[in-house]
Design a protein around this ligand. Structure first.
Ligand code: KG4
Ligand code: ZN
Length: 340
């Protein structure tokens, strides 16, 4: 097998993933075991269940990634693993597996930052990619904008004051009586609704120097639409919610408006012409369409990974891991995990 092969391992939240990538770009395999169904009954990720499931799946998923790539451990040049941020018990499962394999085969071991890897995912499928650029990471746990000089140099420009965008989708899904994870469900219902039907507030950054997000106002407005303003009232059953699809569509539109507006202003302020969008919420079709269209109106380009590489995966870990390894970032068995 030609090229420098990196095995990537990801276990920071509720996906157990492994992938093999050649020379930081060529994707040879990608295996993901999602725990979404296990956590769905609880309406969110339960850390103890996540840790136990990672432990059961980590070696089978790694084996599957090696088999799909048709490579053996001895063909690898390095192993890359997510070390931060994430659920500590879950991170430790991937890290321990990576350490064991690296020790057994005498391979270099590199730690990868999960959010930086999400950003990197958006560049891996592009024919040619030119830095610097602006990057928006929108997932269940994060909403952040970075100025990116190269795969390893990211400067945080702004973040959310309250909920992450994905978290807002998940909470609104709950209000509308939809399952977890909420993003795909809200988005499906939104297709039947009118995005201009219900007026919802849009947050605009008050910082002169950078972007900033807030979704609590939108979320509260949705709560009032669904339940009314009486805090003692209970949530109505889904079929009793008036204009449910219109609420979903208007919510999705409001979140997109906030995300797109802040990113376009940040890109112009920073003099950047490319906007990368990554993380689970980057799967959202309305966000993809709105960001692409409104960026183009200003002569900017929006770049998204394909949906499989928007949500948690190990391709992004192996891809960025190759850059970390090339830059001499091998930490060996002393590598530590951190929730932040
Ligand atoms: O990146 P990710 O897989 O995990 C984290 O690192 O958080 O993102 C998961 C989040 C969830 O909140 C989910 O509801 C949201 O991404 N999401 C979506 C869509 N698909 C997933 N949100 C909106 N529209 C979607 N189509
Ligand atoms: Zn993620």
């Amino acid at each position: 097998m030609s090229g420098e092969l990196v095995l990537g391992i990801e276990s920071s939240c509720d996906e157990t993933a492994a992938a093999v990538v050649a020379d930081g770009r060529r994707i040879l395999s990608s295996c993901v075991h999602s725990q979404a169904a296990m956590h769905a009954v609880y309406g969110g990720v339960v850390p103890e269940i996540a840790g136990r499931s990672h432990l059961q799946k980590i070696l089978p998923v790694i084996d599957a990634a090696l088999a799909e790539a048709r490579v053996e451990l001895d063909d690898l040049s390095a192993i890359a693993v997510t070390t931060r941020p994430g659920l500590i018990g879950s991170l430790l499962v991937g890290l321990s597996a990576a350490k064991g394999l690296a020790f057994a085969r005498g391979l270099p071991l590199v730690g990868v930052h999960h959010i930086e890897a999400h950003v990197h995912a958006a560049t891996m499928e592009a024919e040619r990619f030119e830095y610097p650029c602006l990057a928006l990471v929108v997932s269940g746990g994060h909403t952040a904008v970075y100025r990116v000089e190269n795969p390893l140099a990211l400067e945080l420009l702004g973040t959310t004051l309250d909920d992450a965008a994905g978290e807002a989708f998940d909470k609104v899904a709950h209000l509308l009586g939809l399952g977890y994870p909420g993003g795909p469900a809200v988005s499906k219902l939104a297709r039947e609704g009118d995005p201009r039907a219900i007026e919802l507030p849009r947050y605009r950054s008050k910082r002169a120097t950078g972007p900033e997000f807030s979704f609590s106002g939108i979320k509260t407005a949705v709560l009032y639409q669904v339940r009314g303003q009486d805090a003692r009232a209970t949530l109505p059953p889904p079929e009793a919610i008036p204009r449910r699809a219109d609420i979903a569509a208007s919510f999705e539109q409001a979140v997109c408006d906030v995300l797109v507006g802040e990113c376009l202003r940040a890109a112009e302020r920073e003099g950047l012409r490319t906007i990368l969008v990554a993380g689970g919420v980057a799967c959202n079709q309305r966000l993809r369409a709105e960001m692409t269209m409104r960026a183009a109106e200003r002569g900017l380009v929006a770049v998204f990974p394909s949906p499989a590489y928007c949500t948690d995966n190990a391709v992004m870990i192996a891809g960025l891991g190759w850059h970390v390894w090339k830059a001499g970032g091998s930490a060996g068995l002393a590598l530590e995990a951190s929730p932040r």
